[in-house]
Write a protein that binds this ligand. Structure first.
Ligand code: HEM
Length: 532
């Protein structure tokens, strides 16, 4: 019996080995240099993701920088959650062509291993977000949401964000009086949550005062945040494994998105929308702006260009077919989109900013001087003040150059066969391409940044860095980050409130190196606030 059992197990293992490795011949056949794959996870970036000590997502891409492959303009890797293999673009000119000029060959984004089941309500909502949408569905979602994030609309939203920042400032002053150690990620997660709740869900929260409010709890579940039932290290490991090997998800019946959290938040939003439609008070939040669009205001549908980043993002919407989604569906999916796209990115970036403020007190003083100069004796911080704080912009962008919440988000799926300029390789429809190694490499090179190896906000001084393409933290081209302006506004507002009357300092637990979380966006950054 034992012998039969052993033979059966060996047979299963061989079958698994054969199934996994038989796909790993494509790049060899098509003459593209590639990173050797190893059973069962594929090329080295995947092993790094699972076993790296630092936990940073970018570690997986850095793995290729000191190899011969780093000299190639284009190379292949094996082991991608969506298509098993993936083509890495490692040349700035080719990347520019693909992301901007030849964008119509690469309209779609990859799914990062997510598979949506239209019979599960949570999956349906997430699949309708334009971040994951493809082709015309994406175009119509994007062209509808871009006007919501223009300067004019953000100015109207500003008072809502200002209230959230004041709540955070009060909380931090209280901690300062008690000389308490503060956890950066936890604090900025509360701030980002309250900002999104007020901007997208029409709900005024003060999570600093009431950390256990039901809205915050549900969002934690949705995000699998630290401390949530769905965010234990075991659950996260299974989730990461199941993205590559669906069998794990089936064995452990793990949900991609929490059904409980999704239903709660959807109902809360629809109640607010109903009240607003029935004459409820206007707040100038995202709900009001999207309801304005429903009233067929054609100007609100136009894609608005404000700078090069926006100009490169322009899309032609002249022949667009009408979206098949009804208005409530559009509102719900877009409100959830902000949870996916805005919460962790904003709170993690602020956490990383805090790390660098603690490590470089002299640069912190520069920011404080700028705040004093701009705000002067005014008791309020205004929208215009925030726009004037240019050094703070540079500090945040430099932070993102050094630490990005999701180092590997930068991908496209080929939608029309494409001959990569200067090579013999034709990317076939459906193939995945990724720019993350290029992004990591550019960060180390003088061609892209004038002081690449130091933490130096002057790397983002326009006179030092005339080619804005190298600032890839918010992506590039028509599928770039639609929320960049909202993100910069909320983060700058938070920092202005923290630093205008205080300094932040290290505690005995603050580490010199950024302590990134494993599998989650964020880092352990403890700090003190000292009022001045
Ligand atoms: C520091 C904060 C943020 C960072 C670093 C960030 C970064 C990014 C990056 C790298 C992409 C992919 C771009 C590409 O593929 O070219 C992206 C896409 C996106 N971001 Fe952000 N983001 C941030 C905050 C936000 C916020 C606050 C929102 C919403 C208010 C937002 C909404 C989106 C959306 C909707 C997309 C998908 C765009 C599309 O597919 O057309 N992001 N973001």
């Amino acid at each position: 019996m034992l012998v039969e059992f052993v033979i059966f197990v060996v047979f299963l293992l061989l079958f698994w080995y054969h199934n996994v490795t038989k796909k790993w011949r494509k790049f060899h056949r098509r003459g593209l240099p590639y990173a050797e794959p190893y059973f069962p996870f594929g090329s080295v970036h995947n092993w790094k993701l699972l076993f790296s000590k630092t936990g940073a997502f970018s570690e997986q891409w850095k793995a290729y920088l000191n190899t011969d492959l780093a000299k190639e303009k284009v190379f292949g890797i094996y082991g991608h959650p969506d298509g098993d293999e993936c083509v890495l673009i490692n040349d700035v000119d080719i990347a520019k062509r693909i992301l901007i000029k030849d964008f119509d060959h690469f309209v779609d984004r990859t799914m990062f291993g997510l598979k949506f089941d239209q019979n599960v309500e949570a999956d349906k909502i997430f699949s309708q977000m334009f971040m994951f949408a493809k082709g015309d569905d994406w175009k119509s979602g994007r062209s509808m949401m871009s006007p919501v994030f223009t300067t004019g609309k953000l100015k109207l939203m500003f008072p809502l964000l200002e209230r959230v920042s004041q709540n955070m400032e009060r909380y931090l002053l209280d901690c300062s009086k008690k000389n308490e150690e503060i956890d950066a990620k936890e604090t900025f997660a509360k701030f980002a949550l309250d900002a999104i709740a007020t901007s997208a869900f029409g709900i005024d929260l003060d999570t600093f005062k009431e950390p256990d409010n039901v809205f915050a709890k549900m969002v934690k579940e949705l995000q699998r945040a630290k401390g949530s039932e769905s965010g234990t290290p075991f659950q996260l490991l299974i989730l990461v494994l199941s993205l590559n090997f669906p069998i794990f998800g089936k064995i452990f019946t793990i949900e991609q998105f929490s059904v409980k959290g999704t239903s709660f938040l959807k109902n809360a939003l629809l109640k607010t929308v109903e009240m607003r439609k029935n004459g409820g008070k206007r707040r100038n939040d995202i709900i009001d702006h999207v309801l304005d669009l429903e009233k067929n205001n054609p100007d609100a549908m136009k894609n608005v260009s404000e700078d090069q980043f926006d100009k490169d993002a322009e899309i032609d919407v002249s022949n667009l077919k009408k979206s098949s989604m009804n208005f409530d569906e559009i509102l719900v999916s877009n409100a959830f989109l902000l949870f996916v796209a805005a919460l962790d990115t904003t709170s993690s970036t602020l956490t990383f900013v805090m790390h660098f403020l603690l490590q470089y007190p002299e640069l912190q003083e520069k920011i404080r001087d700028e705040i004093t100069e701009v705000v002067g004796s005014s008791d309020k911080i205004t929208f215009e003040h925030i726009q004037e704080m240019k050094y703070m912009d540079k500090f945040i962008l430099e932070t993102l150059r050094r630490a990005h919440p999701f180092g590997n988000i930068f991908e496209r799926e080929c939608t029309k066969d494409y001959q990569i300029p200067g090579t013999n390789y034709v990317v076939r429809k459906g193939e995945i391409i990724n720019f993350s190694v290029l992004y990591e490499r550019m960060k180390t090179e003088n061609d892209s940044f004038y002081n690449p190896l130091e933490f130096d906000p002057e790397n983002f001084n326009p006179s030092n860095n005339p080619d804005t393409f190298s600032a890839l933290a918010f992506g590039q081209g028509p599928r770039n980050c639609v929320g960049k302006r909202y993100a910069m506004l909320t983060m700058k507002l938070a920092l202005a409130h923290i630093l205008r009357n205080s300094r932040v300092t290290k505690t005995s637990n603050t580490k010199e190196e950024l302590q990134m979380y494993k599998f989650l966006a964020g880092a352990d950054v403890p700090f003190h606030v000292n009022s001045v």
